[in-house]
Design a protein around this ligand. Structure first.
Ligand code: NZQ
Ligand code: ZN
Length: 387
């Protein structure tokens, strides 16, 4: 196991009927006026908006609203919200929605206190050290953003989808009421599951060894898989929503990262290029890339892949045949729950591969931890993802 520091800044409030606590949390933290950032309108249909507004009113917190954050959130909306936040002199940012809304809230919170263009933080020209306080009401469990310091935004002019990380970007308080995720479209539950599993696997397959972390990771993956299958049968199954939600938070809040080597993150970077160029859902892109990456790199640490396939898919054996059979089983599960598993499934043609590779290496940064990947490696992974 590697040395580590585990320090998470976020207070998490979890469970049925907890949304009405948001106003009190903001008030007791000493803030009187917030900018409330929202997505495309799902929160008006499922009652979350009304619950948040009632809570803000009851606590005497003023708010201004900015709507229209889209999935794969874009920089122009972040700029728009920064202007509103400055003009209205808000003291904190409240994101009500999924990863896209909360990531944008983080970018806005940092952008308000930065004189330049906040995109500088995404391209490494500015290190975020301060941000307005961030509060979050999460409506879809997937990214872990509710309890981490990451934000991912797309510059729609350059088609660059980059991430920023900072201690200043941990939400001060996040609320997760799993009940309100019953309104999620089927495919969003599936994409959330794939994203949570992918976060766990990025650390699991980074070349490190730790029995505690392996066991923890496998338990979380099995939980997400079981709950996903149950939720596809019954979207209102509260216990499954709750166990899924908590597992997805734990997948990227530092817990599964402890004692590891920082994660691999190749699949995420390749996926971010897919969602930047084609605007597909993040979880959909990961379902396409992950099995292909596994097939390409498993020989770097075969025993970890053998372990994973045995623990999750009960595949016995430790040779190439067993590993390939196991990866097919993973792909089979993704297919079964309705995720795309090939670039063809989302209509990305073979002639686009070089364009995707260019995008992956846009920042000219090294890629991969378990195996360092260059352009030709990524091209070969994408070729496998076409099958
Ligand atoms: O916009 P609305 O109308 O709210 O609809 C959303 C959106 O269409 C809908 N939705 C959310 N909650 C709902 C609901 N519909 C009905 N009922 C509900 N309760 O779901 C759709 C997807 O929302 P989005 O916020 O895009 O999903 P997600 O949470 O998966 O976020 C994905 C974004 O986060 C980034 C991804 O790249 C992507 O841009 N990531 C962020 C990370 C982080 N901050 O740590 C890490 C991840 O690896 C990832 O990169
Ligand atoms: Zn992810």
């Amino acid at each position: 196991m590697e040395n580590f520091v585990f320090h998470n800044e976020t207070k998490l409030i979890f469970g049925k009927g907890t949304i009405d606590r948001i106003g009190g949390e903001i008030k007791s933290a000493g803030f009187k006026k917030v900018l409330m950032l929202c997505g495309g309108g799902s929160i008006k249909k499922n009652g979350v908006y009304d619950q948040v507004i009632a809570s803000l009113k009851n606590s005497g917190v003023e708010w201004v609203e900015v709507w229209g954050v889209k999935p794969n959130p874009v920089l122009s909306k972040v700029h728009e919200a920064i202007e509103v936040a400055k003009k209205e002199k808000v003291e904190a940012i409240l994101g009500v929605g999924g990863g896209s809304v909360i990531d944008s809230s983080k970018a806005v919170a940092a952008g308000v206190l930065y004189d330049g263009d906040i995109w500088d933080a995404f391209i490494g020209k500015y290190t975020v050290q301060k941000a307005l306080p961030i509060f979050a009401v999460l409506t879809i469990s997937a990214t872990g953003t509710e309890m981490n310091g990451n934000a991912v935004v797309t510059n729609e002019k350059t088609l660059e989808k980059f991430a920023v990380r900072s201690k200043a970007l941990y939400p001060k308080v996040s609320i997760i009421d799993p009940l309100i995720q019953a309104s999620l479209p089927r495919e969003q539950t599936v994409y959330g599951a794939v994203d949570a599993i992918a976060h766990i696997l990025e650390y699991y397959f980074d070349g490190s060894d730790s029995l505690a972390q392996n066991e923890l990771s496998e338990g979380l993956i099995r939980t997400v898989m079981t709950c996903t299958e149950r939720l596809l049968e019954d979207p209102n199954d509260y216990e499954s929503r709750a166990n899924f939600a908590w597992s997805a938070t734990l997948a990227l809040n530092g817990l599964t990262a402890a004692g590891r080597r920082g994660g691999d993150w190749s699949c995420h970077r390749i996926e971010h290029s897919l969602s930047a160029i084609y605007d597909i859902a993040h979880g959909a892109g990961l379902a396409i890339v992950f099995p292909a990456w596994m097939r390409y790199v498993w020989r770097e640490k075969p025993e970890q892949f053998v372990r994973f396939l045995k623990k999750i898919f009960s595949i016995e054996g430790d040779g190439e045949q067993a590993v390939l059979k196991g990866i097919e089983a993973f792909k089979g599960w993704l297919k079964k729950v309705g995720a795309p598993v090939s670039l063809k499934d989302v209509n990305i043609p073979a002639q686009d591969l070089d364009k995707i590779v260019d995008n992956v290496f846009r920042r000219n940064e090294p890629l991969g931890n378990l195996k360092k990947l260059d352009r030709s490696d990524v091209r070969k992974i994408l070729e496998l993802a076409l099958e």
